[in-house]
Design a protein. Structure first.
Length: 363
């Protein structure tokens, strides 16, 4: 079977994500959440191209009991006011529980004031009410009050953690896993851990795209990446250690592509804009070619451009702040790493060496 025949055969068994969303009677935001929580398995060709969904996957979901209402209920999201009403508490208490880390957002959108509005799965809130009913009445426990008095706000941290965990669980490719963790560090920290500009360019290139392709303004997408970045020292250190481990695995598996590694001539490459990495024009690193007939599972929702209420105008900029009237303090420390002590010490020592090396003046 030729490559063209393989692509045609695979395409015949799959459909575009937009078609899948229509057949499942889901809006784009609802479909993205369904992918996020693992209800819908999305495929993409390794050789490139837009994500697709298998026909068997759509048929499986359509044959489930209660379709489509049951599927919609599983991806239904609510904001603070509706979530508080669902739990039978005040919006202020709901916000306090969310800031303390008891409730984890699933996605967010921007209101007319360009502030982040967190959304929660209604099904998860109902499960929380049945499991932690003592948190809904009376005074908050001491540990909740302690976190709030210390200025904790774990909403962004919890959203980021569950998103990263989902991304990491859907790929076994070490470079793809490293790319997920690279997106959690700012450019300065990333350069300290990944000092090779070609590796950094490759990590940026293979970052998983949204299921419906890039949407929104460039500034909104940039702010989305900022929300993905760790903003607390312990979390930053944990992500750096994780990135070092994945990079070690990736470099053992295969090197990152460099100029001249099976280069393919691209018409007009000499007119391509610079990449900001000090590379010559036309010398962008290319990923290693792979068979386009081998689909792999990817996670690709983009919560920013998900369930935006129709009454809200389309946002043009995403500031990293919440819309709650309470001042946003720094979040609580992230969970401590669970790696073996000997391995962690070795990684931390290497991390310190890399930082010192990056600050050493050139002679």
């Amino acid at each position: 079977m030729t490559v063209t025949e393989a692509v045609c055969t695979e395409t015949g068994r799959t459909m575009a994500v937009g078609t899948a969303a229509r057949e499942l009677q889901l809006k784009r935001g609802e479909f993205a959440i369904a992918v996020h929580v693992g209800l819908v398995r999305v495929l993409v060709q390794q050789g490139g191209g837009r994500p697709r969904v298998r026909r068997e996957e759509v048929d499986r979901l359509r044959l489930q009991d209660g379709f489509p209402e049951a599927l919609r209920d599983r991806v239904h999201t609510v904001g603070t006011a509706e979530g508080a009403q669902l739990l039978g508490i005040s919006p202020d208490r709901f916000t306090r529980l969310a800031r303390a880390g008891c409730l984890a957002p699933i996605t967010f959108y921007l209101n007319r004031y360009r502030a982040v509005v967190w959304l929660y799965l209604a099904q998860e809130l109902a499960e929380f009410a049945a499991r932690e009913s003592q948190l809904l009445v009376g005074k908050n426990p001491a540990w909740v009050r302690s976190r709030l008095e210390g200025g904790a706000d774990l909403r962004a941290h919890n959203w980021r953690s569950r998103r990263i965990e989902r991304l990491m669980s859907l790929t076994e490719d070490p470079w793809a896993r490293a790319a997920v963790l690279a997106g959690t560090l700012d450019p300065v920290q990333l350069a300290e851990v990944v000092d090779d500009p070609y590796e950094r360019a490759y990590l940026a290139k293979i970052w998983p795209e949204p299921a419906f392709g890039p949407t929104g303004s460039p500034s909104a997408r940039e702010a989305m990446r900022r929300l993905m970045q760790a903003n607390e020292p312990d979390e930053m250190l944990w992500r750096r250690v994780g990135l070092i481990m994945e990079l070690d695995n990736a470099r053992e598996a295969r090197p990152a592509p460099r100029p001249g590694d099976e280069r393919r001539s691209v018409p007009g490459a000499g007119n391509s804009p610079g990449n900001g990495l000090g590379l010559e024009r036309g010398q962008e690193p290319e990923p290693e070619p792979a068979s386009v007939s081998e689909p792999v599972q990817v996670f690709s929702p983009d919560p920013v451009f998900g369930p935006v209420p129709a009454s809200e105008p389309a946002p043009t900029f995403v500031p990293v702040r919440d819309c709650d009237p309470v001042r946003d303090p720094a979040p609580d420390p992230a969970p401590t790493p669970t790696a073996a002590p000997e391995a962690a010490l070795g990684l931390l020592a290497r991390l310190g060496l890399r930082r010192r090396a990056s600050r050493r003046p050139c002679r």
